[in-house]
Design a protein around this ligand. Structure first.
Ligand SMILES: NC(=O)C1=CN([C@@H]2O[C@H](COP(=O)(O)OP(=O)(O)OC[C@H]3O[C@@H](n4cnc5c(N)ncnc54)[C@H](O)[C@@H]3O)[C@@H](O)[C@H]2O)[C@@H](O)CC1
Ligand SMILES: [K+]
Length: 243
């Protein structure tokens, strides 16, 4: 499949640019839209008419990828799912992460920590899919604990429960793809703003690929060397189909 990608360093620069003094977005705004994109992709892949269960396990990591997961969980609740969040390492760098957790309590979405038995939700009888919001474009392999153990469990379950990866399949090298042994293979990847090079390594027969994070004008995309994606109507995601 051919699509333009942005290497991890450029993706970080693009982010900085969007949140810089000239453009003026805040991280909270972008994260809300990123989480909305992922929740929309989950709804498109697993519509109510085609499923008999509604539980979604959201795995949230310690960085902004995890923040996208926290937002996504809240929106999934509004979209009729029963999300449960496993958030083993809280982000203490910015106060709004704890606000996202408060909002989840307000929505009666359970937020589990390392003392809780999160594995009981990794159960194909009840769980529609797992949202992998562990790490995004700032991940550098090899994975450190407790996340290595979480990835092992995911890999064992992935044939029974589809994984929806946010921006980058966790454990994959952002620019090189699945270079570590035994990487997870998501059923759905939601690239944010523009795919990272690892997305070129997905097998389109195994993984449905969406682009989301619909927050930039055409000129800004061109500045970073890509064309805007063909979003329809008010959709927050667009599915890339193999040519
Ligand atoms: N413009 C965009 O595309 C936007 C991207 N956002 C999200 O932000 C993500 C990037 O966020 P961050 O830069 O915070 O990075 P990540 O969320 O990818 O990860 C950073 C965290 O992971 C830890 N980490 C890195 N490598 C590790 C390893 N090997 N083992 C264990 N821990 C490790 C770091 O210590 C840090 O706490 C994107 O992938 C995307 O999901 C959105 O939130 C906002 C807008
Ligand atoms: K991820």
């Amino acid at each position: 499949m051919s699509f333009k990608t942005l290497v991890s360093k450029q993706a970080a620069l693009l982010d900085k640019d969007l949140m810089g003094p000239e453009i003026g977005f805040t991280l909270e705004q972008l994260m809300e839209l990123a989480g909305l994109s992922v929740a929309q992709a989950v709804l498109k892949e697993f519509p109510r008419s085609q499923r008999t269960k509604s539980q979604v396990l959201v795995l949230a990591g310690p960085g902004n990828n995890g923040g996208d997961g926290l937002v996504c969980a809240r929106l999934l609740k509004l979209f009729g799912f029963k999300p449960v969040v496993y958030y083993p390492k809280h982000n203490t760098k910015a106060p709004f992460f704890s606000k996202l957790v408060k909002q989840l309590k307000f929505f009666k979405v359970p937020v589990l920590n390392t003392d809780d038995d999160w594995l009981r939700y990794l159960n194909p009888n009840d769980t529609v899919c797992v949202v992998d919001a562990l790490f995004g474009f700032s991940f550098k392999p090899p994975v450190r604990e407790p996340f290595g153990g979480v990835l092992n469990q995911l890999r064992q379950a992935q044939d029974q429960i589809p994984i929806v990866s946010v921006d980058v399949p966790t454990g994959w090298d952002v620019d090189e793809g699945p270079v570590e042994p035994n990487c997870i293979v998501p059923k759905v990847l939601v690239s944010l703003t523009v795919p990272k090079p690892c997305a070129l390594k997905i097998d389109p027969l195994e993984t449905q690929h969406y682009v989301g994070g619909r927050f930039i004008p055409a000129e800004f995309a061109n500045k970073y060397g890509f064309e805007p994606f063909a979003y329809e109507n008010a959709d927050q995601v667009v599915k890339l189909v193999p040519e």
